[in-house]
Design a binder for this molecule. Structure first.
Ligand code: 4GX
Length: 237
């Protein structure tokens, strides 16, 4: 999978792209990430990318021309299915379904805005969809882009070594994860649930399923309700 990123802070992506799962996915060639500086697409010597808003009101707005150049230059020679995604609080909220949909694309181009946002005509001309990572305000689209890259990468075949761990991930099953334990067996007087030491794999599986259900009912009852609706809609009850 190829992911392009346009930002005025390309350095923010450095360590992130070299570390752990993403670093390995890039080294193995399963993932290619091309981060470009928006300022490289300006034509003035001061590399200015913002201006005052028409209508006043303070704050600054990113100007359209560098974005149009950047998106068009990075799109050239890419597949026609390239999805151009703007990260913004006005976008559709990112969830597991959207992550899987984006991961199924061979190519994504992520636009990371700053300030009050980007001239609206950029959206009209070169953006396919707007995605938000949640209802809170950040200072730029870079962290949202990293969130999206990390979530999407996990769905690219071969990126997560153990495919079963992706299938078991919360949300893929419709449930939250069950609790996890590792050594030592007792932590400040708290023991590991004995079933996990029993060696009875069927009993362990039942316990995990039951704990996943319990955790979901307690922490995210809305997920259980949604899973019920899905099941009754697809007719499997
Ligand atoms: N989920 N922000 C983007 C500037 C901006 C505004 C409008 C384009 C259009 C955010 C979020 C988020 C803050 C990133 C404003 N760029 N992005 N930035 N929550 O809060 O995605």
């Amino acid at each position: 999978m190829w992911i392009g990123v346009v930002t005025i802070f390309p350095e923010l992506f450095g360590e992130f792209l070299q570390t752990s799962l993403i670093g390995r996915a890039r080294q193995s060639g399963k993932l290619e990430v091309e981060v470009r500086d928006l300022r490289d697409f300006t034509d003035d010597p001061h590399r200015v990318v913002d201006d005052e808003p028409y209508g006043g009101g303070g704050g600054m707005v990113m100007t359209a021309p560098p974005w149009l150049r950047a998106v068009r230059e990075l799109s050239a020679g890419r597949s026609p299915s390239l999805r151009r995604v703007l990260l913004s609080p006005q976008g559709r909220r990112l969830d597991d379904a959207k992550v899987q949909e984006l991961a199924a694309q061979p190519e994504l181009l992520l636009l990371c805005g700053r300030y009050e946002g980007i001239d609206e005509r950029v959206q009209q001309l070169v953006v396919d969809e707007e995605v938000s990572i949640g209802d809170y305000v950040l200072s730029g689209g870079e962290l949202p882009a990293m969130v999206l890259i990390e979530a999407v990468s996990r769905c690219v075949p071969g990126v997560v070594q153990q495919a079963s761990s992706v299938e078991r991930d919360s949300f893929r099953t419709g449930l939250l994860d069950h609790p996890h334990y590792t050594r030592p067996a007792v932590v400040e007087g708290l023991p590991v649930p004995p079933v996990l030491l029993s060696g009875d794999h069927a009993a362990i599986e039942r316990w995990r399923q039951q704990e996943a259900l319990r955790a979901t009912a307690e922490k995210r009852p809305d997920l259980l309700a949604a899973a019920q609706t899905c099941k009754s809609q697809d007719g499997t009850r």
